[in-house]
Design a protein around this ligand. Structure first.
Ligand code: SF4
Length: 357
């Protein structure tokens, strides 16, 4: 069991973040916020994939107006992402943002920041202070002799202290660097020095394959140390993939359970079925289920039946056929061509039984 760092609680719309609340999965729409229907369609997809909270860029007043219409019909709470113009932060709060994300260094000075903080306070919404290795102030860089973990932490805590001096404490902090090692070091240092909830992620992680690996390493290492109250996987890909990856990371660490967990073998010279194709097909078909269930797809009888038996439902390959297992018992032998359909059918039966029993 991972012992999580105890952080203070922050309320984001209907969600609790921090304390011992489940780790919140976030994503960010890549639709044009001004396009209300396209943005809502993507929010619905994210919701179905198991996203808890999404973020919209608010680059201009038109986007801030669209934000109001989107929030009114959104199934998910929404964070407004603001850069440079404090008036957009004010407009987004007025438009119903559940939280705003700002970088205090680029919002236009303490007076303007204070106006944003006052409005957030009166609407009881939290602010995420996002510090990015690419946008540290020159003063902080000079103080630390360059961009390093201590500089990132210093910048985040300095902003939090400023907000605290205005009696504003509903804060979430994030530090993001595209280098996982720097990211890790900075987040560890930050977690040691504050009880403010932390948003973790590896920024600009990259395209699907590279980004998934970098995120799994960077985010996974922090989570394994109990650090992180909310996370976003950043990918140059469909944001739904970010949510799927987030779930995979959380499931791997037993931090949250949702949907099937698929175990499949790497195949070898003993495999006599087209396991690579079948496992890929099973993975795709499993997306329809949101209930936790352990599914094994194994190539042969060496480890196959053992893994398949430990799973709720499993397939173990033979010569052109599979043994179908459920709860450690053999159900029947199925031809290779019907294996996926038969497996999915048994999963539906098992889940329906659980629902009724
Ligand atoms: S389960 Fe069988 S087919 Fe799969 S890797 Fe192991 S020995 Fe090879």
């Amino acid at each position: 069991m991972i012992q999580r760092h105890l952080t203070r609680k922050v309320q984001v719309g209907p969600l609790q973040m921090g304390g011992q609340a489940p780790i919140v999965i976030q994503s960010m729409n890549n639709t044009d916020t001004r396009d209300v229907e396209a943005t809502l369609a993507q929010i619905r997809q994210l919701n179905e994939a198991g996203c808890d909270l999404t973020r919209l860029a608010v680059p201009d007043q038109q986007a801030a107006e669209a934000f109001r219409a989107i929030r009114a019909r959104s199934p998910l709470p929404i964070v407004a992402d603001i850069h440079f113009d404090y008036r957009l932060a004010l407009a987004a709060i007025e438009a119903g943002a559940d939280k705003i994300r700002i970088n205090p260094g680029n919002i236009g000075g303490p007076d303007r920041l204070r106006q944003v903080v006052s409005l957030a306070k009166s609407r009881r919404i939290p602010i995420r202070i996002g510090v990015n290795a690419g946008s540290l102030s020159q003063t902080v860089i000079d103080r630390h002799g360059g961009v390093c973990a201590a500089a990132l932490v210093d910048s985040a805590l300095e902003s939090a202290a400023l907000l605290a001096s205005w009696d504003f404490h509903d804060v979430v902090l994030s530090i993001k660097a595209s280098e996982p090692v720097l990211n890790l070091e900075a987040c560890r240092l930050l977690a040691d020095q504050t009880d403010i909830p932390l948003h973790i992620g590896v920024t600009e992680a990259g395209t699907l394959r590279e980004g998934v690996v970098r995120s799994a390493v960077g985010i996974g290492a922090l989570l394994a140390e109990g650090i992180g109250d909310t996370l976003r996987v950043s990918l140059t890909a469909d944001p739904v993939e970010e949510v799927r990856t987030a779930w995979s990371i959380l499931r791997a660490l037993d931090l949250r359970q949702r949907g099937p967990r698929l175990i499949s073998c790497p195949t070898c010279g003993r495999t006599e079925v087209d396991l690579t194709r079948i496992a890929a097909e099973v993975e795709e078909r499993l997306q329809e289920f949101s209930q936790p269930i352990r599914v094994a797809v194994m190539g042969c009888v060496v480890n196959g039946p053992g893994e398949a038996r430990q799973a709720d439902i499993g397939l173990a390959g033979g010569k052109g056929s599979f043994m179908l297992f459920r709860d450690g018992r053999i159900l029947r032998k199925v031809p290779e061509a019907d294996a996926v359909e038969e497996l999915i059918r048994e999963i539906r039966i098992l889940l329906a039984e659980r629902d009724h029993g």
